[in-house]
Design a protein around this ligand. Structure first.
Ligand SMILES: [Zn+2]
Length: 202
C-alpha cells in the first residue's frame, strides 16, 4: 500500500487482504471512508479475530470523524456579535451543531472499541497505542467543545429569563435566533432577533 502511504501494521491473512483490505483501500484512496468502513465491517463479520481488519475499522472510523469535524469548520457561526455588546445566538444551528458533535463522538467511540480489542491482543504495538492516543484526544476535544456549548445554551435561560424584552412572549432557546444584551441595570436581556432588529430601526 505504498501508494496510499499507509501500511496495515497487523496480522491479516492473504484471503482477508484480497477480499476486504484491498477493496477497502481502493475506496479509501477516493476518500470514500464510509464505504471502506462497510467493507471492513463485513470482513469482521466473517473474520472476527482479524487484527488487520480491526485496525482498519478503527482507522476508517477515525477518518470519517476527522472528515466530519473539518466540515464543521465551514458551518455557519452559531454565535455572532452584533455590535454594542449585543450577541446573536442561532438556537436551531446550535442544536444542529451539537447533534453533529454527538454523531462524531459516537463514531470515535466505536473506533476506540476496536482499538481497545486490539490492545488486548497487542499490548505492545506502538502503532495501536499511538492511534488510541489520536482517537482519545480528538474525542476529548469534541466532547469539551460540545459541553461548553451545551452549558451556554442551558444556562442562558436561567440568566436572561424565558421571555423576550421586546414582545414579552416566550423564547425557545434551542430553535430561535436570540439576541443577548446587557441592560442598563447590567442584567442580561434576551430578545427574539426580529424584535431586536425592529427596535434598533425605530
Ligand atoms: Zn420578541
Amino acid at each position: 500500500m505504498a501508494e496510499g502511504g499507509f501500511d496495515v501494521p497487523l496480522k491479516c491473512s492473504p484471503e482477508e487482504y484480497k477480499h476486504f483490505v484491498e477493496p477497502a483501500m481502493l475506496e479509501a484512496q477516493n476518500s470514500n471512508f464510509p464505504s471502506a468502513l462497510d467493507i471492513v465491517e463485513n470482513g469482521l463479520n466473517a473474520h472476527p479475530a482479524s487484527e488487520g481488519l480491526m485496525f482498519l475499522k478503527a482507522y476508517f472510523g477515525y477518518k470519517i470523524a476527522d472528515t466530519m469535524s473539518s466540515e464543521l469548520s465551514s458551518f455557519p457561526k452559531v454565535i455572532q456579535p452584533l455590535g454594542n455588546g449585543a450577541l446573536m445566538v442561532d438556537g436551531a444551528m446550535t442544536s444542529q451543531l451539537l447533534g453533529k458533535f454527538q454523531e462524531i463522538v459516537k463514531i470515535l467511540s466505536e473506533a476506540e472499541e476496536s482499538i481497545n480489542e486490539l490492545l488486548q491482543v497487542n499490548p505492545s504495538s506502538q502503532e495501536v497505542v499511538a492511534f488510541k492516543g489520536y482517537i482519545d484526544s480528538k474525542k476529548n476535544q469534541l466532547g469539551q467543545e460540545s459541553e461548553n456549548m451545551k452549558a451556554t445554551i442551558s444556562n442562558t435561560p436561567n440568566i436572561a429569563g424565558g421571555f423576550c424584552v421586546g414582545c414579552r412572549k416566550s423564547i425557545s432557546y434551542d430553535t430561535q435566533k436570540v439576541v443577548f444584551r446587557k441592560s442598563s441595570g447590567s442584567q442580561l436581556e434576551a430578545w427574539h432577533l426580529p424584535c431586536f432588529q425592529s427596535k434598533v430601526k425605530n
